[in-house]
Structure formats: structure tokens, C-alpha cells
Design a protein around this ligand. Structure first.
Ligand code: HEM
Ligand SMILES: CC(C)=CCC/C(C)=C/CC/C(C)=C/COP(=O)(O)OP(=O)(O)O
Length: 309
């Protein structure tokens, strides 16, 4: 009798703790996948796909192609958490990450990366094409191994060179449709490639002491904060120029051009502020704006192409 009562009393407690455990595990999986970054990568891949010549593929197949690109990007992010766990544990911004903190073992994280990575690759092979699968795999290797294991620790130009991997998704989206390379999507790659240095260096300025402590040669550490601010300003001007090219080659129209100019004026204004009139939060403000900038820019690219005649 006592046993039955106990059993009944324990059952809800057991279920609740299982539920809590699963919830925390999912939270950790999302964190090591850099879920928000991957969402942005998939947005840029989607715009690349949407701007490609229509070859009559179904929406379902397009969705699976984007899912494949997203899963391989997430796998790259998980490998980054494993390779960087020692560095992450030394930095205030990253020390609570699941692998750095020891909540997830490296083996557990790598198994997760393998499952989602293989799933993503198979999706691309079966429902997109081999070229997309191979290019996405190159991007994974570029970020997870070349940038994370080597460049990040080797040179202050780490994120300039390594940025190419994160800039690839518009090309991947385009190629998933057409099964061939073209010049136009490379312009979109160039936009993200030029956007990455001011995006990251703004954060690195605000978090310089973190990188010093972890002995990572980020630009504000190896050179000065002042020099880094000059580079941010120079790249924001370069970004404004590169953003005009989709209009110049006839890929996008006046809606895109107006939106891009407005966004880039704000970007340059904030970069000038950072260089000449910085307050405590100016660098983080620019970092946050860079994310909004890229998101709106790609949404405008889509609107310009599809919703306007
Ligand atoms: C080598 C290239 C890049 C570097 C070094 C870099 C670096 C970073 C860092 C350090 C953060 C802060 C993460 C945190 O708060 O824990 C961040 C956030 C973010 N990055 Fe980048 N990034 C790069 C490329 C990209 C690309 C290509 C995209 C998208 C197209 C992107 C989108 C984002 C987004 C959306 C966030 C905010 C994430 C959040 O709020 O959790 N980044 N980036
Ligand atoms: C297949 C494909 C498209 C792969 C690209 C994957 C990817 C997640 C790119 C984003 C780049 C990024 C967030 C870099 C920050 O790494 P960090 O180690 O400098 O930053 P952290 O200190 O926040 O980890």
C-alpha cells in the first residue's frame, strides 16, 4: 500500500525533472549551435536562393535546401564551441557556455555536431545538388577548422580571412537553385565579407580585456583600440560602396538602393561617432546595429526583387 502511494507521489516529480532536463538540454543545444547567428545565415541563404533565376523547384525542396545549409552551419558552430572551450572559459562573455562550463562533454557536443552535420549534408546531396553540398562543407571547414583552430590564434586578420566562410550562404542558396556558380551571388558574398570586420571589431573593442586575458590576437589587442576604430570606419565606407554594386549591375532596383544608402549612412555615422566621439556604449551600439543593418539589407533585397514590379 505504502509502495503504491509512494509510486503515485513520485511519478509527477520524476516527469517534471525529466521535462526540466530535456528543456535545459535543448537550451544547451541551441546555444552551442549559435542559433541566432545561424538564423541570420539562413536568411542570407534564402535571399540568395530567392534572387536566383527561377528553375521551378518546389517550395518544399527549397525549404530542405535551406535546412541543410542551416544544419551544416550549426554543426560548424558546435565544433567551434568544442575547439574553443579553453579560450571560452577564460572570457567573461563566453565562460558560461555549455562546453566551456562542462555541462556538455566535448564528446557529447561532437556527436551532436556529427548527427546534424551528416543530416544537413545528406539533405543537400539528395534535394539540392552535389555542388551546394561540397561548397557548404568547405564553408564548415573554413569556419570550424581554418578560422577557429588556426587563424583565430595566429593573426589579427583572422576575422577578415575567416569571414569568407560566414559570407558564403547567399552563394550557397543561389547554387542550391541553379547548380552553377554565377557572378551575381558573389556580390552578396562580398557585402557580408566587407560587413564582417566592422561587425566583429566593434564587439572586440568593447571586449578587449576578454581577448587579452585569453591571449587571442584580435586587432584591438595587437594594435590599438584607436587603430581598430579607424579600420571599422574604413570598412564601413567600403561596405557602403560594395552595397551599391547590386544596383549597378541591375540585380536590384531603386527600392534596394535607397534602403541600402540609408542603412549605410547610419552605419558610417555610428562608425564616425566611435572614432571621434565614443562614449561607454558606442562600440556595443555599433555592434548591435551591424546585425540590424545586415538583416534589413537582405530583407530589402528580397522585397525589391519580389514585391515590387
Ligand atoms: C568571422 C566572422 C564573424 C565573427 C568573428 C563574428 C563574431 C561574433 C561574435 C563574437 C558575436 C557575439 C556572440 C555572443 O554574444 O556570444 C556575434 C554575434 C552575432 N553575429 Fe557574428 N561574427 C561573424 C560573422 C557573422 C555572420 C556572417 C553573421 C550573419 C550573416 C553573423 C551574425 C551574428 C548575429 C545575428 C549575432 C548575434 C547573436 C546573438 O545575439 O546571440 N556574424 N558575432
Ligand atoms: C557552413 C557555414 C556557412 C558555416 C559558417 C558557420 C558560422 C556559424 C559562421 C558565423 C561566424 C561566427 C559567429 C564567428 C564567431 O566566432 P568566434 O569564435 O570568433 O566567436 P565566439 O567567441 O563568440 O565563439
Amino acid at each position: 500500500m505504502a509502495l503504491t502511494i509512494n509510486k503515485k507521489a513520485m511519478q509527477p516529480v520524476y516527469s517534471a525533472s525529466l521535462l526540466t532536463k530535456s528543456y535545459h538540454l535543448i537550451q544547451d543545444y541551441l546555444a552551442i549551435s549559435k542559433f541566432k547567428v545561424v538564423a541570420m545565415l539562413v536568411l542570407t541563404a534564402w535571399v540568395g536562393l530567392a534572387l536566383a533565376p527561377d528553375v521551378g523547384r518546389g517550395v518544399g525542396v527549397q525549404f530542405i535546401s535551406l535546412l541543410g545549409i542551416g544544419l551544416l552551419s550549426a554543426a560548424a558552430a558546435v565544433i567551434n564551441h568544442v575547439v574553443d572551450s579553453e579560450i571560452d572559459s577564460k572570457m567573461a562573455r563566453t565562460r558560461h557556455r555549455p562546453v566551456a562550463k562542462g555541462r556538455l562533454s566535448k564528446l557529447h557536443a561532437l556527436s551532436f555536431a556529427t548527427v546534424i552535420g551528416v543530416a544537413g549534408f545528406i539533405m543537400l546531396m539528395l534535394l539540392a545538388n552535389t555542388l551546394t553540398a561540397i561548397l557548404t562543407l568547405f564553408a564548415l571547414v573554413g569556419y570550424a577548422f581554418i578560422y577557429t583552430s588556426f587563424l583565430k590564434r595566429a593573426t589579427p586578420q583572422n576575422i577578415v580571412i575567416g569571414g569568407l566562410a560566414g559570407a558564403m550562404p547567399p552563394l550557397l542558396g543561389w547554387v542550391s537553385e541553379t547548380n552553377q556558380m554565377a557572378a551575381a551571388p558573389w556580390l552578396l558574398v562580398m557585402i557580408i565579407f566587407t560587413w564582417t570586420p566592422p561587425h566583429f571589431w566593434a564587439l572586440a573593442i568593447a571586449r578587449k580585456s576578454d581577448y587579452e586575458r585569453a591571449k587571442i590576437p584580435m586587432l584591438p589587442v595587437t594594435h590599438s583600440i584607436d587603430f581598430c576604430k579607424t579600420c571599422v570606419l574604413a570598412y564601413s565606407v567600403l561596405l557602403a560602396i560594395v552595397c551599391v554594386f547590386p544596383y549597378l549591375i541591375g540585380m536590384s532596383g531603386l527600392i534596394y538602393l535607397s534602403g541600402a544608402c540609408l542603412l549605410n549612412i547610419v552605419f558610417i555615422y555610428k562608425a564616425i561617432n566611435l572614432k571621434f566621439a565614443a562614449k561607454e556604449d558606442t562600440a556595443m551600439d555599433l555592434f548591435r546595429f551591424s546585425i540590424i543593418h545586415l538583416m534589413i539589407l537582405f530583407i530589402i533585397l528580397f522585397i525589391d526583387k519580389w514585391l515590387v514590379i
